[in-house]
Design a protein around this ligand. Structure first.
Ligand SMILES: NC(=O)c1ccc[n+]([C@@H]2O[C@H](COP(=O)([O-])OP(=O)(O)OC[C@H]3O[C@@H](n4cnc5c(N)ncnc54)[C@H](O)[C@@H]3O)[C@@H](O)[C@H]2O)c1
Length: 252
Protein backbone atom coordinates (compact mmCIF):
# COMPACT_ATOMS: atom_id res chain seq x y z
CA UNK A 1 0.00 0.00 0.00
CA UNK A 2 1.37 3.43 -0.85
CA UNK A 3 0.09 7.01 -0.74
CA UNK A 4 3.00 8.71 -2.48
CA UNK A 5 2.58 12.50 -2.50
CA UNK A 6 -1.18 12.39 -1.92
CA UNK A 7 -2.33 15.55 -0.12
CA UNK A 8 -4.37 14.25 2.80
CA UNK A 9 -6.28 16.49 5.23
CA UNK A 10 -7.28 14.89 8.54
CA UNK A 11 -9.54 16.63 11.05
CA UNK A 12 -9.17 15.77 14.72
CA UNK A 13 -5.63 14.59 13.97
CA UNK A 14 -4.26 15.58 17.37
CA UNK A 15 -5.17 12.35 19.13
CA UNK A 16 -6.51 8.79 18.89
CA UNK A 17 -7.61 7.48 15.50
CA UNK A 18 -6.77 10.77 13.72
CA UNK A 19 -3.22 10.85 15.10
CA UNK A 20 -2.65 7.16 14.25
CA UNK A 21 -3.97 7.75 10.71
CA UNK A 22 -1.76 10.80 10.25
CA UNK A 23 1.35 8.85 11.31
CA UNK A 24 0.53 5.80 9.18
CA UNK A 25 -0.39 7.75 6.04
CA UNK A 26 2.70 9.96 6.32
CA UNK A 27 4.83 6.79 6.62
CA UNK A 28 3.23 5.61 3.35
CA UNK A 29 4.36 8.78 1.56
CA UNK A 30 1.39 11.14 1.95
CA UNK A 31 1.70 14.86 2.60
CA UNK A 32 -0.44 15.10 5.72
CA UNK A 33 -2.27 18.18 6.95
CA UNK A 34 -2.97 17.38 10.60
CA UNK A 35 -5.79 19.66 11.67
CA UNK A 36 -7.34 19.85 15.13
CA UNK A 37 -9.12 22.30 17.41
CA UNK A 38 -6.17 21.61 19.75
CA UNK A 39 -3.14 23.01 17.90
CA UNK A 40 -0.62 21.82 20.52
CA UNK A 41 -1.65 18.20 20.03
CA UNK A 42 -1.62 18.52 16.24
CA UNK A 43 1.88 20.05 16.41
CA UNK A 44 3.08 17.16 18.56
CA UNK A 45 1.74 14.66 16.00
CA UNK A 46 3.52 16.58 13.21
CA UNK A 47 6.78 16.66 15.21
CA UNK A 48 6.71 12.86 15.52
CA UNK A 49 5.93 12.43 11.81
CA UNK A 50 8.84 14.69 10.83
CA UNK A 51 11.16 12.87 13.24
CA UNK A 52 10.28 9.66 11.36
CA UNK A 53 11.09 11.35 8.01
CA UNK A 54 7.51 12.11 6.92
CA UNK A 55 5.90 15.27 5.54
CA UNK A 56 3.20 16.96 7.61
CA UNK A 57 1.84 20.36 8.66
CA UNK A 58 -0.23 21.21 11.71
CA UNK A 59 -3.24 23.45 11.39
CA UNK A 60 -5.79 24.71 13.92
CA UNK A 61 -9.43 24.53 12.85
CA UNK A 62 -12.67 24.02 14.74
CA UNK A 63 -14.93 22.00 12.41
CA UNK A 64 -18.05 23.61 13.90
CA UNK A 65 -16.95 26.97 12.47
CA UNK A 66 -17.57 27.20 8.75
CA UNK A 67 -15.10 30.06 8.26
CA UNK A 68 -12.31 28.07 9.97
CA UNK A 69 -12.93 25.01 7.77
CA UNK A 70 -12.95 27.33 4.74
CA UNK A 71 -9.64 28.90 5.85
CA UNK A 72 -8.07 25.44 6.43
CA UNK A 73 -9.03 24.06 3.02
CA UNK A 74 -8.18 27.31 1.19
CA UNK A 75 -4.72 27.25 2.78
CA UNK A 76 -4.19 23.61 1.72
CA UNK A 77 -5.20 24.43 -1.86
CA UNK A 78 -2.91 27.48 -1.88
CA UNK A 79 0.07 25.49 -0.59
CA UNK A 80 -0.44 22.14 -2.36
CA UNK A 81 -2.77 22.86 -5.30
CA UNK A 82 -5.24 20.06 -4.47
CA UNK A 83 -7.03 18.11 -1.75
CA UNK A 84 -6.58 14.48 -2.75
CA UNK A 85 -8.10 12.90 0.37
CA UNK A 86 -10.14 14.32 3.24
CA UNK A 87 -10.56 12.29 6.43
CA UNK A 88 -13.45 13.64 8.51
CA UNK A 89 -12.39 12.24 11.85
CA UNK A 90 -13.00 15.02 14.43
CA UNK A 91 -15.65 13.82 16.84
CA UNK A 92 -16.84 14.01 20.43
CA UNK A 93 -19.07 11.94 22.68
CA UNK A 94 -21.84 13.21 24.94
CA UNK A 95 -20.95 14.08 28.56
CA UNK A 96 -23.96 12.29 30.03
CA UNK A 97 -24.91 8.72 29.26
CA UNK A 98 -28.63 8.99 29.97
CA UNK A 99 -31.92 7.96 28.40
CA UNK A 100 -33.50 10.25 25.82
CA UNK A 101 -35.87 12.11 28.20
CA UNK A 102 -32.85 13.01 30.37
CA UNK A 103 -30.52 13.76 27.43
CA UNK A 104 -29.21 17.30 27.97
CA UNK A 105 -29.69 20.08 25.44
CA UNK A 106 -25.97 20.87 25.77
CA UNK A 107 -24.99 17.33 24.76
CA UNK A 108 -27.41 17.42 21.85
CA UNK A 109 -26.17 20.75 20.44
CA UNK A 110 -22.45 20.11 21.04
CA UNK A 111 -22.36 16.58 19.64
CA UNK A 112 -24.46 17.38 16.58
CA UNK A 113 -22.35 20.50 15.90
CA UNK A 114 -19.04 18.59 15.80
CA UNK A 115 -19.99 15.12 14.54
CA UNK A 116 -22.69 16.01 12.03
CA UNK A 117 -22.54 19.70 11.06
CA UNK A 118 -18.72 19.60 11.09
CA UNK A 119 -18.70 16.73 8.60
CA UNK A 120 -21.21 18.60 6.43
CA UNK A 121 -19.07 21.78 6.40
CA UNK A 122 -15.91 19.85 5.52
CA UNK A 123 -17.63 17.79 2.80
CA UNK A 124 -19.37 20.81 1.28
CA UNK A 125 -16.16 22.81 0.94
CA UNK A 126 -13.92 19.91 -0.09
CA UNK A 127 -16.38 18.67 -2.72
CA UNK A 128 -16.32 22.07 -4.43
CA UNK A 129 -12.54 21.78 -4.82
CA UNK A 130 -12.61 18.05 -5.70
CA UNK A 131 -15.20 18.71 -8.42
CA UNK A 132 -12.95 21.42 -9.88
CA UNK A 133 -9.82 19.24 -9.79
CA UNK A 134 -11.74 16.29 -11.32
CA UNK A 135 -11.14 13.68 -8.62
CA UNK A 136 -11.23 13.17 -4.87
CA UNK A 137 -11.67 10.83 -1.97
CA UNK A 138 -13.49 11.45 1.33
CA UNK A 139 -13.38 9.10 4.31
CA UNK A 140 -15.87 9.84 7.08
CA UNK A 141 -15.32 8.33 10.50
CA UNK A 142 -18.76 7.25 11.64
CA UNK A 143 -19.17 4.55 14.31
CA UNK A 144 -20.80 1.26 15.11
CA UNK A 145 -23.25 3.59 16.93
CA UNK A 146 -24.20 4.87 13.46
CA UNK A 147 -25.30 1.39 12.37
CA UNK A 148 -27.08 0.02 15.43
CA UNK A 149 -28.46 1.58 18.62
CA UNK A 150 -26.44 1.35 21.81
CA UNK A 151 -28.86 3.19 24.14
CA UNK A 152 -28.19 6.15 26.45
CA UNK A 153 -26.31 7.81 23.63
CA UNK A 154 -28.94 9.68 21.60
CA UNK A 155 -27.04 12.64 20.12
CA UNK A 156 -23.94 10.53 19.35
CA UNK A 157 -26.05 7.86 17.69
CA UNK A 158 -28.07 10.47 15.74
CA UNK A 159 -24.89 12.18 14.55
CA UNK A 160 -23.23 8.94 13.43
CA UNK A 161 -26.35 7.61 11.64
CA UNK A 162 -26.32 11.00 9.90
CA UNK A 163 -22.69 10.58 8.86
CA UNK A 164 -23.54 7.22 7.29
CA UNK A 165 -26.48 8.85 5.49
CA UNK A 166 -24.41 11.81 4.28
CA UNK A 167 -21.71 9.41 3.05
CA UNK A 168 -24.13 7.37 0.95
CA UNK A 169 -26.08 10.38 -0.30
CA UNK A 170 -22.99 12.30 -1.42
CA UNK A 171 -21.36 9.15 -2.88
CA UNK A 172 -24.40 8.76 -5.12
CA UNK A 173 -24.14 12.40 -6.23
CA UNK A 174 -20.38 12.47 -6.88
CA UNK A 175 -19.55 9.02 -8.33
CA UNK A 176 -19.79 10.47 -11.84
CA UNK A 177 -17.28 13.17 -10.87
CA UNK A 178 -14.61 10.59 -10.01
CA UNK A 179 -15.00 11.31 -6.29
CA UNK A 180 -15.31 8.43 -3.83
CA UNK A 181 -16.91 8.82 -0.39
CA UNK A 182 -16.88 6.03 2.19
CA UNK A 183 -17.38 5.69 5.93
CA UNK A 184 -15.49 3.73 8.51
CA UNK A 185 -17.42 2.47 11.54
CA UNK A 186 -15.15 1.62 14.44
CA UNK A 187 -16.43 -0.31 17.43
CA UNK A 188 -14.96 0.30 20.89
CA UNK A 189 -11.44 1.56 20.25
CA UNK A 190 -8.79 2.70 22.77
CA UNK A 191 -8.67 6.52 22.69
CA UNK A 192 -9.45 9.55 24.86
CA UNK A 193 -13.09 9.27 23.70
CA UNK A 194 -13.39 5.72 25.07
CA UNK A 195 -11.42 6.65 28.22
CA UNK A 196 -13.89 9.48 28.86
CA UNK A 197 -16.80 7.02 28.66
CA UNK A 198 -15.09 4.49 30.92
CA UNK A 199 -14.10 7.11 33.51
CA UNK A 200 -17.73 8.28 33.81
CA UNK A 201 -18.95 4.64 33.97
CA UNK A 202 -16.14 2.38 35.29
CA UNK A 203 -18.62 -0.51 35.49
CA UNK A 204 -18.80 -0.43 31.69
CA UNK A 205 -15.42 -1.94 30.83
CA UNK A 206 -16.29 -5.58 31.51
CA UNK A 207 -19.84 -5.12 30.16
CA UNK A 208 -18.51 -3.68 26.90
CA UNK A 209 -15.88 -6.39 26.47
CA UNK A 210 -18.63 -9.00 26.75
CA UNK A 211 -20.17 -7.41 23.65
CA UNK A 212 -17.02 -7.99 21.59
CA UNK A 213 -16.60 -11.51 20.16
CA UNK A 214 -12.83 -10.93 19.92
CA UNK A 215 -12.86 -10.02 23.64
CA UNK A 216 -10.82 -6.82 23.51
CA UNK A 217 -11.08 -3.17 22.50
CA UNK A 218 -9.66 -2.14 19.13
CA UNK A 219 -6.52 -0.06 18.73
CA UNK A 220 -6.42 3.28 16.89
CA UNK A 221 -3.69 1.86 14.64
CA UNK A 222 -6.07 -0.93 13.54
CA UNK A 223 -8.67 1.63 12.42
CA UNK A 224 -5.91 3.68 10.76
CA UNK A 225 -4.96 0.69 8.57
CA UNK A 226 -8.44 0.66 6.99
CA UNK A 227 -8.49 4.44 6.60
CA UNK A 228 -5.13 4.31 4.80
CA UNK A 229 -6.38 1.53 2.50
CA UNK A 230 -9.51 3.57 1.64
CA UNK A 231 -7.21 6.53 0.91
CA UNK A 232 -5.10 4.38 -1.42
CA UNK A 233 -5.76 3.33 -5.00
CA UNK A 234 -6.15 -0.25 -3.73
CA UNK A 235 -9.79 0.64 -3.00
CA UNK A 236 -10.39 2.70 -6.13
CA UNK A 237 -13.71 1.06 -7.18
CA UNK A 238 -15.28 1.35 -3.71
CA UNK A 239 -17.70 4.16 -2.93
CA UNK A 240 -20.72 4.75 -0.71
CA UNK A 241 -19.77 1.92 1.67
CA UNK A 242 -19.47 1.59 5.42
CA UNK A 243 -16.63 -0.58 6.67
CA UNK A 244 -17.02 -1.86 10.22
CA UNK A 245 -13.93 -2.45 12.37
CA UNK A 246 -15.28 -3.84 15.61
CA UNK A 247 -13.87 -7.25 16.51
CA UNK A 248 -17.27 -8.72 15.57
CA UNK A 249 -19.44 -6.57 17.87
CA UNK A 250 -21.95 -5.87 15.10
CA UNK A 251 -22.64 -9.62 14.81
CA UNK A 252 -24.39 -9.70 18.20
N1 LIG B 1 -12.70 5.52 20.15
C1 LIG B 1 -13.79 4.85 19.84
O1 LIG B 1 -14.19 3.88 20.50
C2 LIG B 1 -14.59 5.27 18.62
C3 LIG B 1 -15.58 4.38 18.16
C4 LIG B 1 -16.33 4.74 17.05
C5 LIG B 1 -16.09 5.94 16.40
N2 LIG B 1 -15.12 6.78 16.87
C6 LIG B 1 -14.95 8.03 16.14
O2 LIG B 1 -13.59 8.18 15.76
C7 LIG B 1 -13.28 9.57 15.63
C8 LIG B 1 -11.99 9.85 16.39
O3 LIG B 1 -12.22 9.65 17.77
P1 LIG B 1 -11.10 9.13 18.79
O4 LIG B 1 -11.66 7.92 19.42
O5 LIG B 1 -9.78 9.06 18.14
O6 LIG B 1 -11.21 10.31 19.87
P2 LIG B 1 -10.15 11.39 20.38
O7 LIG B 1 -10.89 12.16 21.42
O8 LIG B 1 -8.88 10.72 20.76
O9 LIG B 1 -9.89 12.31 19.10
C9 LIG B 1 -10.81 13.25 18.63
C10 LIG B 1 -10.05 14.48 18.15
O10 LIG B 1 -11.01 15.40 17.63
C11 LIG B 1 -10.64 16.71 18.05
N3 LIG B 1 -11.81 17.60 18.02
C12 LIG B 1 -12.84 17.61 18.90
N4 LIG B 1 -13.71 18.60 18.59
C13 LIG B 1 -13.21 19.21 17.49
C14 LIG B 1 -13.64 20.30 16.69
N5 LIG B 1 -14.75 20.98 16.98
N6 LIG B 1 -12.88 20.64 15.62
C15 LIG B 1 -11.74 19.97 15.32
N7 LIG B 1 -11.27 18.95 16.06
C16 LIG B 1 -12.00 18.57 17.12
C17 LIG B 1 -10.08 16.52 19.45
O11 LIG B 1 -9.27 17.62 19.85
C18 LIG B 1 -9.30 15.21 19.30
O12 LIG B 1 -7.97 15.46 18.92
C19 LIG B 1 -14.49 10.33 16.17
O13 LIG B 1 -15.27 10.79 15.08
C20 LIG B 1 -15.23 9.28 16.97
O14 LIG B 1 -16.61 9.55 17.07
C21 LIG B 1 -14.36 6.47 17.96
Amino acid sequence: MELKKKVIVITGAGSGIGAASAALMASLGAKVIASDINLKNAEEVVREIKKAGGVATAYQADVTRYEEVDALLSQVIKEHGSIDVLVNNAGIGGRNQKKTAEHTLDDWHNVIAVNQTGVFYCMKLALKQMTEQGYGNIINIASLAGLKPTGNNLSYSASKFAVVGMTKSAALEYGSKNIRINAVCPGYTHSSLLDQLLSSRPDMEQKLKQLIPMGRFGEATEVAETIAWLASDGSKYITGQTITIDGGTSLL
